[in-house]
Design a protein around this ligand. Structure first.
Ligand SMILES: [Zn+2]
Ligand SMILES: [Zn+2]
Length: 162
């Protein structure tokens, strides 16, 4: 792995109350998720601040994803620009153990920025990528891309529909 600018940030100074806010900004590579790839590192711009029972993460994560339309298989790119607004509550005198909680981005005083970005991006991705809402998809019979126009099969099929 190269090009990783940072993956862990020590937020100990925030937790200790020595600093009111800690800005985190930089670029973090995002791993392929399902069939979506991220050719460029994501852009992170998040401010960490102290909350009564833990820390607050507020800001944005931006990244461009690339995949293919689930209907017509044409390439699709999507620009994600996601708000981050998370409160991480620290359990009293112990470490958070729930592996499903977002809290696991915090290990002791180390904030796992890489994980925060991945969770934010993964949650923002649509279940199925489509190139556009009314994508006509591929003809199940001849495989033609129906966005390019009707194929020869269309007339026969439309008998049964509408
Ligand atoms: Zn499509
Ligand atoms: Zn066809």
């Amino acid at each position: 792995m190269s090009g990783t600018l940072f993956v862990n940030i020590d937020v100990g100074s925030i937790l200790a109350g020595q600093v009111a806010e800690l800005p985190i900004s930089g670029r973090v590579p995002v791993e392929t998720f399902e069939s979506v790839t991220f050719p460029e590192p994501g852009e992170v711009d998040v401010t960490v601040s102290r909350a009564s029972q833990g820390i607050l993460l507020r800001g944005r994560v931006r990244v461009r994803g690339e995949g293919s339309c689930s209907r017509c298989l044409e390439p699709v790119s999507l620009d994600l620009d996601e708000e981050v607004d998370e409160a991480i509550v620290l359990p009293e005198g112990g470490e958070q153990r729930d592996p499903l909680a977002l809290d696991n981005v915090l290990h002791g005083t180390m904030l796992d920025v890489d994980d925060l970005v991945r969770q934010t991006v993964d949650a923002a991705l649509p279940l199925r990528l489509i190139c556009r809402e009314d994508c006509a998809g591929l003809c199940p019979r001849c495989g033609a891309n129906r966005n390019d126009g009707a194929c020869a099969c269309i007339e026969e099929e439309s008998d049964g529909q509408s």
